[in-house]
Design a protein around this ligand. Structure first.
Ligand code: ZN
Length: 96
């Protein structure tokens, strides 16, 4: 898997408890005041729907992480930056 995308993938998949993260896309340059996550392809375990979260819909950057909100139901969960950092990094490219 080496397809080029607008944003590089910084995580392949992971479980947060309320959501399954199918793909996480990040900015190449991390913001000093928050996470560099720009888009999350996720699956909601509450309503069993797949959705794409990105600011301002479904994804809200907070200090030290982000809040992921299902776009189909009221399910939401704060996810720490450490969770994103620990995702399996199939497409990580930070060595520029
Ligand atoms: Zn949902």
């Amino acid at each position: 898997m080496c397809e080029r995308e607008e944003h590089h993938s910084c995580g392949a998949a992971g479980e947060t408890g309320r959501f399954r993260l199918d793909q996480v896309e990040c900015l190449d340059v991390a913001r000093p005041d928050g996470p560099s996550i720009v888009k999350v392809h996720a699956h909601c375990h509450t309503c069993d729907s797949d959705f794409v979260a990105r600011e301002p819909v479904g994804l809200t950057a907070i200090s030290g992480g982000a809040v992921l909100s299902c776009t189909h139901c009221s399910n939401r969960q704060a996810i720490g930056q450490g969770v994103f950092d620990s995702l399996p990094s199939s497409g990580r490219r930070n060595s520029v």
